[in-house]
Design a protein around this ligand. Sequence first.
Ligand code: MN
Length: 259
Amino acid sequence: MRSKKHPPKIGISACMWEGDPNRKIFNGRPILYLEESMSIYLQRLGALVYMLPPAVNGNVEAMCRDLDGLVLQGGVDVCPQTYGEETLQPEWNGDARRDAYEIALIQAFFAQKKPILGICRGLQIMNVCFGGSLFQDISYFKPNAFVHRDAKIYEKNTHMIDFLIDTELSKIFPSLKQAKINSVHHQAIKDLAPGFVVSARSSVDGIIEAVERQPQAEGEAFCLGVQWHPEFQDVEDDSLLSSTKILDWFMQQIKMTSL
Ligand code: MN
């Protein structure tokens, strides 16, 4: 048992940038990277943050053992083949290598009973890891849906969500039935993974915006996924749902399971 005094240690999945011969720096070699706003967000309440590389020796479990929780950062599309579908458009093919890498991380942290927070793509890959599927492109499947990703305004694109009652997310925000969040995604959950519940939907078109897997056995930890990006929010901007309360909740889950 480690000391209760040590700051929580959060592992975060890496984004992957494949080798590009036209890129001068690093001579076009593959890069692993972390978006800085995410590292700043996760350190806001005192956690230590560690970006996790793919385990080259296959021993993912050992890499996760000294960490207290996992955050899955956003990024590239999930590859449709990862959830058993053919890719309908080449530009929706995503990154199957990153999928396999993050699924291994999710399985290791889940087996070690440590909480997991999925942001945007992180919600999607968590849903796929536990047996769910995705819309490869929201507008392709729901022609009248809101535009959930607008490249011109990026995180300034916002919409309302409705909270579902009796969920953990609704307990984090007990006084709210609705809230405004940012929206930078063109994929979304189609079939929800077994064992998960929907905790928020888009008020405009019903798209799933948050999911959770409540502990189902002794000592299990929570998995929470949000389709929006709390790390992109200005802390001073109180027009959006509080990003700090979500992080505070995650830190509390870590304290309940790991410290
Ligand atoms: Mn959205």
